[in-house]
Ligand binder design. Structure first.
Ligand code: F6R
Length: 620
């Protein structure tokens, strides 16, 4: 987590750093700071608790200008989100400044020994040891001092460093936390991600683990930890900054929800020609895809829910055993993974620390790794044997929406691709599925059209919930129930709601109700039941009756035109168009996202940047 930016060039550095931090706020936003060489080449620092706008505000009151500097937006790991713990951090003499994303695991022992050597620490952070280590090794060569310091560190880092004796330089380095270089004309950039750079240049170099970068206005040098030069050419970025802006929507989350028909269309156009499905960038051959006898799917959060849905798809269509796990659990349970395993890792950011670690562990054990990933050039994309990009475009809101449905769509196509390879489905069935799949963008448009206008039904349900919640003295909460291929959507609906509205929400397979959770049902819970037409429709109807009989408030997500379900007197109804039950999760996901969005909006919360969260979880 945390976002860092560094700049050396001819423009006003403060502007570039502040704009850059705003574009990185999805990575953390509990405090922010900058260090800049002013016109007199003095190193000046400003920090503020809170969001980047607090820092911006303080800079407007007390302006600062210069052409070289570094900046940071923080998601706290070590030490509370206070001004003193905000980055940049300094050495004892305040001659050098460091910003850092990652975790230094051996910081306590380093700190103890640096204190014994006479260094003074002021913060509770792990990062401050980096500043003091560089100070210890500094002999008029910042790059060399950084190199020596890095050799002492265990853990993960992306850093930018400046020193008062070398005011025309920014030195950067990375190990297991992302860092990219933007190569401009008489200006160069470093950042945790591409959006801060894209306004100025499309020429990007991805910094690899173990590389140290020295930026000057007209020069970029990359070396490895032994000091040997690494030659790299920039890659051109194909998307533009407009894709990462709000385009008139009040929140990124809403904009991204409404982009979903476009995203699925893009996936269809990129992946399907005629009856063929192609994954051009996938470097795993068909023979290698056929060899493994089981499939493991590993991911975190929303991506894990997509993976759970993938299990239903792949088992049903390819008759291959599939298991799923969260990345953080997978690593520590001595998993049975070997040459017989195809491991699919799913990640929007491609930088999630637990998923990256799971990937490495599985690779060590001989599994083939296929990544389903949104971000080109990300660590997960680069370290996998093969990758299928989801083409969702940049996702800025912390709550994942379009990346989820893009993961589902990609998993559908991969499933059909595998089913064809394994001859597990006949060509007629494949054609039928592909034809139905191609209708999804227009079905999504139908849903979104219905819930677009201010005052639409879902926004009313959210209003009613807030009133009810207050009337019940805040004892109300949400349960999400579903069965079979929509069960992961119950988990996802609950996750979306809790992460942005801070209201307790749980997802359950509806069949589990009788084994415990039904004890929760009285007049307090609002129970979202996914009861679209499917093989488990009748079972879901029975579940709804059991909840209604105990006083629960039911929101039913139903298939449009299902009059039969209405006889159960559901309290609220959300309709989605009829589609093959196999594809229904993509449609059902959208009203779940909208419900979470409108509830959070009703409560007036910061939807795009919910408390305690960050978009990219690059620490364990
Ligand atoms: C929830 C959400 C998170 C992410 C999770 C994995 O809305 O966004 O649960 O899905 O942190 O992130 P990626 O997909 O980047 O690996």
């Amino acid at each position: 987590m945390c976002g860092i930016v560094g700049y050396v060039g001819h423009r006003d550095v403060v502007n570039i750093l502040i704009n850059g931090l705003k574009r990185l706020e999805y990575r953390g936003y509990d405090s922010a700071g900058i260090a800049v060489f002013n016109e007199g080449a003095e190193l000046i620092c400003r920090k503020k608790r809170g969001k980047v706008r607090e820092l911006e505000h303080s800079l407007s009151e007390e302006p600062l200008s210069g052409k070289v500097g570094i900046a940071h937006t923080r998601w706290s790991t070590h030490g509370a989100p206070t001004e003193i713990n905000a980055h940049p951090h300094f050495d004892c003499k305040k001659e050098l400044a460091v910003v850092h994303n990652g975790i230094i695991e051996n910081y306590q022992e380093l700190k103890d020994s640096l204190i014994m050597e006479g260094h003074n620490f002021v913060s509770e952070t792990d990062t401050e040891v980096i500043a003091h280590l560089i100070e210890k090794f500094y002999e008029n060569d910042l790059e060399e001092a950084v190199r020596r310091a890095l050799k002492e560190l265990h853990g993960s880092y992306a850093i930018c460093v400046v020193h008062k004796n070398e005011p025309h330089k920014v030195v950067g380095a990375r190990l297991d936390s992302p860092l990219v270089i933007g190569v401009g004309k008489n200006e160069n950039f470093l950042a945790s991600d591409i959006p801060p750079i894209l306004e100025y240049t499309r020429d990007i170099i991805y910094v690899e683990n173990g590389e140290i970068v020295t930026l000057e206005a007209d020069n970029v040098t990359i070396k490895n930890l032994d000091g040997a030069r690494v030659e790299k050419l920039p890659e051109k970025i194909g998307w533009d900054i407009g894709q990462a802006e709000k385009k008139g929507f009040p929140h990124y989350m809403l904009k991204e929800i409404f982009e979903q028909p476009e995203v699925i269309k893009r996936i269809i156009n990129t992946r399907i020609s005629g009856e063929k499905i192609h994954f051009d960038e996938l470097k795993i051959s068909d023979e290698d895809l056929l060899k493994p006898r089981n499939i493991a799917i590993v991911a975190c959060g929303t991506a894990y829910h997509a993976g759970l849905t993938g299990k239903y798809m792949l088992e049903e269509c390819t008759r291959t055993p599939v298991w799923t796990d969260t990345s953080s659990e997978f690593r520590y349970r001595d998993p049975i993974v070997n040459e017989d395993t195809l491991m699919i890792v799913i990640s929007q950011s491609g930088e999630t620390a637990d998923t990256l670690a799971a990937l490495r562990e599985a690779r060590k054990r001989g599994a083939k790794i296929l990544a389903i990933c949104n971000v080109l050039g990300s660590s997960i994309a680069r370290e996998s044997d093969g990758v299928i990009f989801t083409h969702a475009g940049p996702e800025i809101a912390v709550a994942s929406t379009k990346a989820y449905t893009a993961q589902l769509a990609t998993l559908y196509l991969f499933t059909i691709y595998m089913a064809r390879l394994k001859s597990a489905l006949g060509e007629d069935k494949i054609k039928e599925l592909l034809d139905e799949f191609k209708t999804i963008p227009s079905l999504l448009e139908t849903i979104l059209l219905r819930y677009k206008a201010e005052g639409n039904e879902i926004s009313h349900y959210a209003k009613d919930f807030k009133a009810y919640y207050e009337k019940r003295h805040t004892k109300s909460f949400f349960l999400y129930l579903a069965r079979n291929i929509n069960y992961p959507n119950a988990l996802e609906g609950a996750l979306k709601l809790k992460e942005i509205s801070y209201i307790s929400a749980e997802g359950y397979p509806a069949g589990e109700m009788k084994h415990g959770p039904i004890a929760l049902i009285d007049e307090n819970p609002w129970v979202v039941c996914i009861v679209t037409k499917s093989r488990t429709y009748d079972k879901m109807r029975s579940n709804i009756q059991e909840i209604k009989a105990r006083g629960g408030i039911v929101i039913g997500i139903i298939t449009s035109g299902d009059e039969h379900i209405k006889s159960l007197n559901l309290n609220y109804i959300i309709e989605v168009p009829q589609v093959h039950e196999f594809f229904s999760p993509i449609l059902v996901a959208v009203p779940l996202q909208l419900l979470a969005y409108y509830v959070a909006r009703e409560f007036g919360y910061d939807i795009d940047q919910p408390r305690n969260l960050a978009k990219s979880v690059t620490v364990e």
